[in-house]
Design a protein around this ligand. Structure first.
Ligand code: PGA
Length: 248
């Protein structure tokens, strides 16, 4: 089960280190079968990594990755720096798709580079409005693009994040999440013959509602934004995830 913390650009590097220190000192349990991944902003990556490095269940990820391995691109983290510091990389978050115009193809290229570097991409997909005939057409296009580029087998995660659930305090309906996760799985198994790619849910996840997502068949974890910035809320989410896992 995956518990991912997307800190976005909400914290100064000092606050990021302080939150990492709080997590380090209060994460007392060795939770079984839980992988926590923290995504600080680029400036804070090294500091957070040095604090959390010795906790085996905590991994570090960047919030974006390079488009290719060698060419220069001002403003982009380089491939060697990324692979030296991170285990994961978050790609295609809807904030980037909408505000920077990131296309499915760009996200897929970044995922390919990440896999070549030995990193695990977490690819965010979103449903949008779809078409009258097919409400899942946008997700399908996003997944097909990934499949076109990821030719070599490599591990990746899919995070389903409905846009209107992000940062609004109004999470998606669990039944809708279950249906979408099932559809994503069917599409992935049709596209690459594999249905064991982890599918996560993200959008206004908190300690009170996390059980309703993690208990869903076909959901392997959550991507948490706002509620991951507070150590109490975040560790409660981790605890609830562990409880849910035992009752599954
Ligand atoms: P949220 O953000 O939990 O604050 O809704 C989730 C995300 O943007 O990944």
């Amino acid at each position: 089960m995956y518990i991912l913390a997307n800190w976005k650009n909400k914290l100064s590097s000092e606050s990021s280190k302080s939150l990492a220190n709080d997590i380090y000192s209060r994460l007392v349990h060795q939770y079984l079968n839980i992988e926590i991944v923290i995504f600080p902003d680029d400036i804070s990556l090294l500091g957070v990594k040095s604090i959390l490095d010795s906790l085996s269940i905590v991994k570090i990820g960047a919030q974006d990755g390079p488009l290719d391995r060698t060419s220069s691109l001002t403003g982009s983290i380089s491939a060697p720096n990324l692979s030296n510091v991170c285990d994961y990389v978050l790609l295609g978050h809807s904030e980037r798709r909408i505000q920077l115009g990131e296309t499915n193809e760009m996200v897929a290229l970044k995922a390919t580079v990440a896999i070549e570097l030995g990193l695990v991409p977490v690819i965010c997909v979103t449903k949008g409005t779809g078409t009258a005939l097919d409400p899942y057409s946008e997700i399908k296009a996003q997944l097909e693009s990934i499949q076109d580029h990821i030719r070599r087998q490599g591990k990746y995660l899919i995070a389903y994040e409905p846009i209107d659930a992000i940062g609004t305090g109004i999470s998606a309906d669990p039944q809708e999440i279950k249906n979408t996760a099932e559809t994503i799985r069917k599409m992935l198994s049709g596209l690459q013959g594999s249905s064991d790619i982890p599918v996560l849910y993200g959008g206004s996840v908190n300690a009170k509602n996390v059980n309703s997502f993690l208990s869903l068949e076909g959901i392997d974890g959550v991507l948490v934004g706002g509620e991951s910035l507070n150590v109490d809320s975040f560790l409660k989410i981790v605890q609830k995830a562990s409880d849910t896992q035992h009752s599954r």
